[in-house]
Design a protein around this ligand. Structure first.
Ligand SMILES: Nc1nc2c(c(=O)[nH]1)N[C@H]1C(S)=C(S)[C@@H](COP(=O)(O)OP(=O)(O)OC[C@H]3O[C@@H](n4cnc5c(=O)[nH]c(N)nc54)[C@H](O)[C@@H]3O)O[C@H]1N2
Ligand SMILES: Nc1nc2c(c(=O)[nH]1)N[C@H]1C(S)=C(S)[C@@H](COP(=O)(O)OP(=O)(O)OC[C@H]3O[C@@H](n4cnc5c(=O)[nH]c(N)nc54)[C@H](O)[C@@H]3O)O[C@H]1N2
Ligand SMILES: [Mo]
Length: 569
């Protein structure tokens, strides 16, 4: 309907999705969870598998491997439930230092001739540049375990022990979570695991992994979907949406964004820098939203449509792994509540293009047409059982390429994995993955803050249900040493502050987090109060203190690179 400004990128995996095509010619770098049946070592690198579901089949497969005696290493600043229930070895690490540890592992592998020369030679280009960086030939700094030890806060022997285990155990599945890349220099944290898996010959082999987007990003069973129309609409970077709105000049608003249409997002709470988000919303002439609840975002809309939930409509779900799910309508929506599709269809009707928009189809007509155009042979059985499984359940990305690299060449310029692509250099960064180093710039904010996802909720969903969240979601994790020097006691109410804002929040003093780092789960609805001349959030809504300055070159999220202070006043 005349086009719109659209958002580009994603909060979740913006940096990883940006770099994967440079490495592999595609983002599709995943695996089926069943592939882990062949793993002899599993490294959960900032992947909190127990809490953050990325395919429901991953946790049981990891547990199964653990029961087989497979070592499961967890690299995380926090002692999570994943550490307690699934791991054999927890390596606490300083946030944002992972690439230094990865470089040190590579250094050790090369120094001890544990890298797979033939594999590197056959399947990749550009490894030599990375090797020159890692060994110090290009900048005079060998990225040795000794070098990384200080940066990562991990003893040198521990790094060597991990490198040795990793270099000698085949096959090894290195599974990086997404927090690593929702950080400044997240692009490097997404590239380096791929280089490690290449150097150890673990890509595309049973039980190995690509080191890329391991969850979901591999083709599932085919199923029809809405026609995609060609788009030449202007785009803005999703992570910087409030900046794009505020960038339009106050005096000449002829070219600025004037309205927003928001469906299925609690942007105000989930986007970084809540106070900036509010200012951006206030700049708009019209905001329309659809949601199940009157979220803080919906509360700022001019028009809100209450919308039916997934239980109140029919749908097809395409989860991680080689299967499709049928989600039947369980109950009718309450009176006056419509599905997103019904609301859009009614709008199209009022605006005079109903038949173009709907093609005369109801939502169940669309679903039936998608199922007709799918791999599913027996639609009635699918609807009855709710599940259709693809035949293979142990697939691993790039296995075809590994078996026959000339027949299944990658979609990169060389047809191989490109570890140091020249086109990447054009973006103003070294072609090879490297440690950039991120440190607090302002001594007033010396602590690192990480903002993980909650177990009992999806972001801010269900945050409005009293008693639903666990206590850990509501409190700021802080190490006893950091608490002591600030005179903070268990359950004290503290102020968590950054240049962006302040939060009043109870503390949870625990040695389950490393000194110098604090952690507050994302996803609570903000409750802003005036405190003197200041605005303070008293719900623990962590984006009150995050910033929209993005990670480059992907212009993505940096919600795990936040520098803060914690104080009683
Ligand atoms: N239950 C539940 N499951 C979910 C979601 C949810 O909200 N709730 N959200 C879904 C979505 S949309 C996404 S994008 C994914 C998110 O998945 P992730 O981004 O992987 O999840 P996070 O909880 O942000 O971070 C995972 C772990 O990384 C650790 N971590 C943080 N910073 C660093 C670091 O610098 N280095 C290392 N090594 N570790 C670090 C955190 O302590 C945490 O335990 O989860 C999906 N699954
Ligand atoms: N500090 C910090 N911030 C983060 C993150 C972090 O790790 N740290 N993670 C980021 C990530 S990875 C992501 S993906 C984003 C998530 O950001 P959002 O997607 O904005 O977060 P949700 O809280 O899941 O909001 C979804 C909304 O959709 C509504 N909804 C549910 N079903 C329907 C439906 O059928 N129709 C409509 N119209 N609405 C529906 C829900 O009620 C809810 O209000 O948050 C990002 N924000
Ligand atoms: Mo996400």
């Amino acid at each position: 309907w005349g086009g719109a400004t659209r958002t580009k990128g994603s909060y979740s995996n913006g940096a990883a999705s940006f770099v994967m095509p440079y490495l592999f010619g595609t983002k599709m770098s995943g695996m089926d969870a069943g592939n882990l049946r062949h793993s002899k070592l599993i490294i959960l690198w900032g992947y909190n598998a127990f809490d953050t579901r990325m395919g429901c089949e991953m946790p049981p497969r990891i547990l199964e491997a653990r029961k087989r005696g497979v070592p499961v290493v967890v690299i995380d600043p926090r002692r999570t439930r994943t550490v307690d229930t699934m791991s054999s070895w927890w390596i606490p690490i300083k946030p944002g230092s992972d690439v230094a540890l990865m470089a040190a592992l590579l250094f050790f592998l090369i120094r001890n001739d544990l890298q797979n020369h033939a594999f590197i030679e056959t399947y990749s280009t550009g490894f030599a540049q990375l090797k020159a960086y890692v060994m110090g030939a290009s900048d005079g700094i060998p990225k040795s375990p000794e070098w990384a030890s200080e940066i990562c806060g991990i003893p040198e022997e521990e790094i060597e022990k991990l490198a040795d285990l990793y270099g000698r155990t085949k096959a090894a599945a290195l599974l990086p979570g997404l927090a690593l890349q929702r950080a400044i220099a997240g692009e490097e944290a997404a590239r380096m695991p791929v280089a490690l898996q290449l150097a150890t010959g673990n890509i595309g082999v049973p039980g190995g992994s690509s080191g890329g987007l391991f969850w979901g990003k591999i083709q599932g069973p085919r199923c029809g979907s809405f026609p995609v129309l060609p788009q030449d609409d202007p785009t803005i970077s999703l992570y910087e949406w409030p900046d794009s709105i505020l960038a339009g000049s106050e005096d000449d608003r002829s070219r600025s964004i004037k309205g927003a249409y928001i469906t299925g997002s609690n942007l105000l709470a989930q986007g970084s820098d809540i106070q900036k988000n509010i200012r951006a919303f206030q700049r708009l002439d019209l905001i329309i939203g659809h949601d199940l609840f009157l979220t803080p975002t919906m509360a700022l809309c001019d028009i809100v449509f209450p919308v039916a939930s997934f239980l109140e409509r029919e749908d097809i779900v395409s989860p991680a792994g080689n299967f499709l799910l049928y989600s039947a309508k369980a109950v009718e929506p309450p009176p006056g509540v419509l599905t997103d599709y019904a609301i859009f269809s009614a709008l199209a009707d009022r605006l005079g293009f109903a038949s173009d928009y709907t093609e005369g189809k109801s939502s169940s007509d669309w679903i039936d047409s998608f199922l007709q155009d799918s791999d599913i042979p027996d639609v009635a059985a699918f609807k009855d059982q709710g599940l259709f499984q693809g035949q293979e359940q142990e697939r691993n990305a790039f296995s075809d390429f590994i078996i026959d690299p000339s027949k299944h060449a990658l979609q990169t310029p060389s047809g191989k994995m490109e570890i140091s692509p020249r086109t990447y250099e054009d973006l103003g960064f070294p072609a090879y993955p490297h440690y950039r180093g991120v440190h607090p710039e302002d001594p007033a904010y010396p602590l690192s803050l990480i903002t993980p996802h909650p177990l009992q909720g999806i972001h801010s969903q269900y945050a409005n249900i009293p008693g639903f969240r666990m206590e850990e979601d509501l409190g700021l994790w802080i190490h006893p040493e950091d608490a002591l020097i600030r005179g903070i006691q268990q359950d004290s109410l503290v102020f968590l502050s950054s240049p962006q804002g302040r939060i009043k929040v109870p503390v949870r003093i625990t040695d389950g987090i490393i000194p110098g780092t604090v952690s507050l789960n994302e996803g609570l609805w903000p409750v802003l109060i005036r405190d003197g001349g200041d605005t303070v959030d008293q719900a623990g809504s962590v984006n009150m203190v995050s910033s929209t300055d993005p990670s480059l070159p992907s212009r993505s999220s940096r919600t795990h690179t936040i520098f803060v202070q914690v104080a009683l006043q």
